[in-house]
Design a protein around this ligand. Sequence first.
Ligand code: C2E
Ligand code: MG
Ligand code: MG
Ligand code: MG
Length: 281
Amino acid sequence: KKAGGDRYEFFTNAMQETALLHRRLTNDLRVAVSEGQLRLVFQPIVRLQDGRIAKAEALLRWEHPELGTISPVEFIPLAEESGLIIEIGDWVFREAAMRAKQWSDKFRSNIQISINKSSVQFHSIAYANGWIDYLWEIGLPGECIVIEITESLILNSNPLIAAQLAIYRAAGIQISIDDFGTGYSSLSYLKKFDADFLKIDQSFVRDIENDPSDLALSEAIIVMAHKLGIQVIAEGVETERQSAILLEAGCDYGQGYLFSIPVPAADFEKLLEKQSAASGE
Ligand code: C2E
Ligand code: MG
Ligand code: MG
Ligand code: MG
């Protein structure tokens, strides 16, 4: 009894607090969608050659009524464990597609928006088809949407995943491999898997100015990707020097605080307005 009591106390002090917080957040997340507490921010993806904004990545933010802004690093895992990611991911897709439509119409050229999709969201073919239906409904070409997936998903040989990727491809949606180089990077899957973009993980970019092996790896990734017809986006570009080195290495696009932090939709639209005014359109 006494030992049990001690264990209980230990549990109370640390683990139970974490468990309680997780349970609370998961419960709160259930209402977050319907109460409009989730929002998307957009981070420009810039063409390194001329600095023009070519596209943007949509990233989730949660404005918790009592706890303030919660990072996706905190709540995406809870959403995945609880299955809530299915509904949240649907909302993200619709919101991103709606913005892509709005901006492509306004600026009379296709603005590509990329969204992150976790493996849990590859549970059903109907889910993929639902997204294609929505594109038809709002009249958005599939080419305006990019789905970012991670290496582990591609390595998963589940035929359900391959079938859904084929559905997206057939609708013109493009596929990007996120955080490239951090997983079990088997180069052979790039041959089998027909991706449009590959994103060099920020862990390679961070020290690219000083670490010769980070530079060598980045250069090799870029050469290899290009030979396979894949365009390359560098993540986490924070300095002019990093941007120049990546351009020199032949990298196509950059994304990072150097160009812009992720911003609300209205602010991203202002960036596009500024750009279109500057080019005299
Ligand atoms: P990610 O897809 O790799 O997104 C890039 C992350 O790098 C973002 O973090 C972004 O804010 C951050 N970042 C951008 N530029 C810089 C930079 O110059 N320096 C540094 N240090 N960081 C930079 P964020 O917004 O906190 O998102 C974290 C992760 O959460 C994302 O990583 C993605 O895996 C996940 N996530 C975000 N939104 C969604 C979503 O709608 N669905 C799913 N399934 N996952 C999401
Ligand atoms: Mg991403
Ligand atoms: Mg990434
Ligand atoms: Mg990531």
